[in-house]
Design a protein around this ligand. Structure first.
Ligand code: DC
Length: 220
Protein backbone atom coordinates (compact mmCIF):
# COMPACT_ATOMS: atom_id res chain seq x y z
CA UNK A 1 0.00 0.00 0.00
CA UNK A 2 1.28 3.46 -0.89
CA UNK A 3 1.54 5.75 2.08
CA UNK A 4 -1.18 8.35 2.38
CA UNK A 5 -1.89 11.52 4.35
CA UNK A 6 -4.66 11.33 6.93
CA UNK A 7 -6.16 14.69 7.95
CA UNK A 8 -8.27 14.73 11.11
CA UNK A 9 -10.17 17.89 11.96
CA UNK A 10 -12.89 18.66 14.41
CA UNK A 11 -14.07 20.52 17.48
CA UNK A 12 -12.07 20.76 20.69
CA UNK A 13 -12.27 17.80 23.08
CA UNK A 14 -13.90 15.38 20.69
CA UNK A 15 -11.09 12.90 21.04
CA UNK A 16 -9.15 13.89 17.92
CA UNK A 17 -5.73 13.26 19.40
CA UNK A 18 -6.65 9.89 20.93
CA UNK A 19 -8.03 8.75 17.59
CA UNK A 20 -5.16 10.20 15.58
CA UNK A 21 -2.57 8.57 17.85
CA UNK A 22 -4.30 5.19 17.69
CA UNK A 23 -4.65 5.38 13.91
CA UNK A 24 -0.99 6.37 13.51
CA UNK A 25 0.04 3.34 15.58
CA UNK A 26 -2.29 1.08 13.58
CA UNK A 27 -0.93 2.38 10.28
CA UNK A 28 2.72 2.67 11.34
CA UNK A 29 2.55 6.39 10.52
CA UNK A 30 3.88 9.52 12.20
CA UNK A 31 1.42 11.44 14.35
CA UNK A 32 1.43 15.24 14.50
CA UNK A 33 -0.71 17.17 16.99
CA UNK A 34 -0.98 20.65 15.48
CA UNK A 35 -3.02 21.94 18.44
CA UNK A 36 0.10 21.38 20.56
CA UNK A 37 2.01 23.70 18.22
CA UNK A 38 -0.56 26.51 18.68
CA UNK A 39 -0.54 25.83 22.42
CA UNK A 40 3.26 26.10 22.54
CA UNK A 41 3.08 29.55 20.93
CA UNK A 42 0.25 30.44 23.32
CA UNK A 43 2.44 29.43 26.25
CA UNK A 44 5.32 31.53 24.94
CA UNK A 45 3.14 34.64 24.73
CA UNK A 46 1.75 34.05 28.24
CA UNK A 47 5.21 33.63 29.72
CA UNK A 48 6.55 36.74 28.04
CA UNK A 49 3.39 38.75 28.70
CA UNK A 50 2.91 39.43 24.98
CA UNK A 51 -0.65 40.55 24.37
CA UNK A 52 -0.97 42.65 21.29
CA UNK A 53 -0.59 41.30 17.82
CA UNK A 54 2.40 43.47 16.91
CA UNK A 55 4.42 42.18 19.87
CA UNK A 56 3.54 38.58 19.04
CA UNK A 57 4.53 39.01 15.40
CA UNK A 58 7.83 40.63 16.40
CA UNK A 59 8.60 37.61 18.63
CA UNK A 60 7.60 34.99 16.04
CA UNK A 61 11.07 34.54 14.47
CA UNK A 62 12.46 33.64 17.91
CA UNK A 63 9.85 30.98 18.56
CA UNK A 64 10.90 27.45 17.74
CA UNK A 65 8.28 24.74 17.98
CA UNK A 66 9.24 21.10 17.59
CA UNK A 67 8.55 17.58 18.80
CA UNK A 68 10.56 14.92 20.53
CA UNK A 69 9.79 11.36 21.49
CA UNK A 70 9.78 10.46 25.18
CA UNK A 71 9.18 6.75 25.87
CA UNK A 72 7.28 6.48 22.60
CA UNK A 73 5.07 9.49 23.38
CA UNK A 74 5.31 12.70 21.41
CA UNK A 75 6.15 15.80 23.43
CA UNK A 76 6.03 19.31 22.06
CA UNK A 77 9.09 21.50 22.54
CA UNK A 78 9.35 25.28 22.74
CA UNK A 79 12.79 26.66 21.88
CA UNK A 80 14.21 23.26 22.81
CA UNK A 81 12.36 22.98 26.16
CA UNK A 82 9.91 20.12 26.66
CA UNK A 83 6.65 21.94 27.52
CA UNK A 84 4.25 19.01 27.11
CA UNK A 85 3.28 19.20 30.79
CA UNK A 86 2.51 22.90 30.65
CA UNK A 87 0.37 23.29 27.55
CA UNK A 88 -2.69 21.21 28.51
CA UNK A 89 -4.46 23.78 30.68
CA UNK A 90 -7.60 25.83 30.00
CA UNK A 91 -5.54 29.03 30.14
CA UNK A 92 -3.06 27.90 27.49
CA UNK A 93 -5.88 26.39 25.39
CA UNK A 94 -7.71 29.70 25.36
CA UNK A 95 -4.59 31.65 24.52
CA UNK A 96 -3.85 29.16 21.74
CA UNK A 97 -7.33 29.74 20.35
CA UNK A 98 -6.71 33.52 20.43
CA UNK A 99 -3.30 33.54 18.78
CA UNK A 100 -4.52 31.04 16.19
CA UNK A 101 -6.65 33.87 14.79
CA UNK A 102 -3.55 35.75 13.65
CA UNK A 103 -2.84 35.10 10.00
CA UNK A 104 0.96 35.23 10.30
CA UNK A 105 0.96 32.78 13.20
CA UNK A 106 -1.06 30.35 11.09
CA UNK A 107 1.21 30.80 8.07
CA UNK A 108 4.25 30.21 10.29
CA UNK A 109 2.90 26.89 11.59
CA UNK A 110 1.19 25.73 8.39
CA UNK A 111 4.53 25.93 6.52
CA UNK A 112 6.15 23.67 9.13
CA UNK A 113 3.23 21.25 9.06
CA UNK A 114 3.34 20.96 5.28
CA UNK A 115 7.05 20.08 5.45
CA UNK A 116 6.28 17.28 7.89
CA UNK A 117 3.95 15.70 5.32
CA UNK A 118 6.27 15.71 2.33
CA UNK A 119 6.93 11.98 2.58
CA UNK A 120 3.32 11.14 3.48
CA UNK A 121 2.72 8.37 6.02
CA UNK A 122 1.38 10.95 8.44
CA UNK A 123 -1.72 11.39 10.59
CA UNK A 124 -2.18 15.05 11.46
CA UNK A 125 -4.93 16.47 13.60
CA UNK A 126 -6.16 20.04 14.01
CA UNK A 127 -8.75 22.43 12.66
CA UNK A 128 -7.60 23.21 9.13
CA UNK A 129 -5.69 20.12 8.09
CA UNK A 130 -8.13 18.89 5.43
CA UNK A 131 -8.95 22.39 4.20
CA UNK A 132 -5.64 24.32 4.28
CA UNK A 133 -2.60 22.26 5.32
CA UNK A 134 -3.30 19.18 3.17
CA UNK A 135 -6.28 19.81 0.89
CA UNK A 136 -4.89 16.91 -1.16
CA UNK A 137 -5.01 14.43 1.78
CA UNK A 138 -6.30 11.05 0.67
CA UNK A 139 -8.34 10.47 3.84
CA UNK A 140 -10.08 13.32 5.65
CA UNK A 141 -12.03 12.75 8.81
CA UNK A 142 -14.13 15.39 10.55
CA UNK A 143 -14.88 14.49 14.15
CA UNK A 144 -17.68 15.88 16.18
CA UNK A 145 -19.62 15.22 19.40
CA UNK A 146 -22.28 17.11 21.34
CA UNK A 147 -20.85 20.01 23.43
CA UNK A 148 -22.03 18.47 26.74
CA UNK A 149 -20.30 15.21 25.92
CA UNK A 150 -17.08 17.02 25.04
CA UNK A 151 -17.26 19.17 28.18
CA UNK A 152 -17.65 16.04 30.31
CA UNK A 153 -14.61 14.45 28.66
CA UNK A 154 -12.50 17.55 29.21
CA UNK A 155 -13.75 17.82 32.80
CA UNK A 156 -12.69 14.21 33.50
CA UNK A 157 -9.32 14.80 31.83
CA UNK A 158 -8.58 17.92 33.90
CA UNK A 159 -9.57 16.13 37.12
CA UNK A 160 -7.31 13.25 36.26
CA UNK A 161 -4.47 15.73 35.93
CA UNK A 162 -5.09 16.91 39.48
CA UNK A 163 -6.86 20.16 38.50
CA UNK A 164 -10.20 21.22 40.05
CA UNK A 165 -12.50 22.11 37.15
CA UNK A 166 -16.09 23.36 37.46
CA UNK A 167 -18.35 21.66 34.91
CA UNK A 168 -20.30 24.80 33.92
CA UNK A 169 -17.05 26.65 33.28
CA UNK A 170 -15.68 23.82 31.18
CA UNK A 171 -18.89 23.73 29.13
CA UNK A 172 -18.80 27.48 28.62
CA UNK A 173 -15.20 27.19 27.57
CA UNK A 174 -16.05 24.46 25.03
CA UNK A 175 -18.86 26.62 23.57
CA UNK A 176 -16.72 29.78 23.49
CA UNK A 177 -13.87 27.96 21.81
CA UNK A 178 -16.21 26.38 19.24
CA UNK A 179 -17.51 29.84 18.43
CA UNK A 180 -14.04 31.35 18.05
CA UNK A 181 -12.70 28.39 16.06
CA UNK A 182 -15.61 28.44 13.60
CA UNK A 183 -16.01 32.22 13.26
CA UNK A 184 -12.46 33.49 12.89
CA UNK A 185 -11.55 35.17 9.63
CA UNK A 186 -8.42 33.07 9.09
CA UNK A 187 -8.99 29.40 8.21
CA UNK A 188 -12.06 28.86 10.38
CA UNK A 189 -12.82 25.32 11.45
CA UNK A 190 -15.03 23.85 8.80
CA UNK A 191 -15.57 20.51 7.23
CA UNK A 192 -13.79 19.89 3.93
CA UNK A 193 -16.29 18.95 1.25
CA UNK A 194 -14.69 15.55 0.84
CA UNK A 195 -14.34 14.83 4.58
CA UNK A 196 -16.07 11.93 6.28
CA UNK A 197 -18.00 13.09 9.35
CA UNK A 198 -17.80 10.92 12.47
CA UNK A 199 -20.04 11.91 15.41
CA UNK A 200 -18.72 9.93 18.34
CA UNK A 201 -21.14 11.21 21.04
CA UNK A 202 -22.73 7.80 21.44
CA UNK A 203 -19.88 5.52 20.40
CA UNK A 204 -17.63 3.54 22.71
CA UNK A 205 -13.90 4.02 22.05
CA UNK A 206 -13.77 0.55 20.46
CA UNK A 207 -16.72 1.22 18.14
CA UNK A 208 -15.18 4.48 17.07
CA UNK A 209 -11.78 2.98 16.33
CA UNK A 210 -13.35 0.20 14.29
CA UNK A 211 -15.14 2.79 12.13
CA UNK A 212 -11.93 4.74 11.63
CA UNK A 213 -9.70 1.72 10.92
CA UNK A 214 -12.26 0.57 8.35
CA UNK A 215 -12.00 3.88 6.51
CA UNK A 216 -8.22 3.65 6.56
CA UNK A 217 -8.26 0.02 5.35
CA UNK A 218 -10.02 1.11 2.17
CA UNK A 219 -6.63 2.41 1.06
CA UNK A 220 -4.97 -0.98 1.45
O1 DC B 1 -6.79 20.92 19.59
P1 DC B 1 -6.38 21.85 20.72
O2 DC B 1 -7.46 22.10 21.73
O3 DC B 1 -5.09 21.41 21.36
O4 DC B 1 -6.09 23.27 19.99
C1 DC B 1 -5.86 24.45 20.71
C2 DC B 1 -6.28 25.65 19.88
O5 DC B 1 -5.41 25.79 18.76
C3 DC B 1 -7.70 25.58 19.30
O6 DC B 1 -8.63 26.31 20.06
C4 DC B 1 -7.59 26.21 17.94
C5 DC B 1 -6.13 26.18 17.61
N1 DC B 1 -5.80 25.30 16.48
C6 DC B 1 -5.95 25.82 15.21
O7 DC B 1 -6.40 26.95 15.05
N2 DC B 1 -5.57 25.10 14.14
C7 DC B 1 -5.09 23.86 14.29
N3 DC B 1 -4.71 23.16 13.21
C8 DC B 1 -4.95 23.30 15.58
C9 DC B 1 -5.35 24.04 16.67
Amino acid sequence: MEKIIVAIDGYSSCGKSTIAKALARYAGYTYVDTGAMYRAIGLYTLRKGLKDEAAILAALPQIEVGFRLVDGAQHVTLCGEDVEGQIRTLEVGNRASEISQIREVRAFLVAQQQKMGIEKGIVMDGRDIGTVVFPQAELKLFLTARPEVRAQRRFDELKEKGQSPVFEEVLKDVNDRDYRDTHRAESPLRQAEDAIVVDNSDMTPDQQMKVIYDYFDRFK
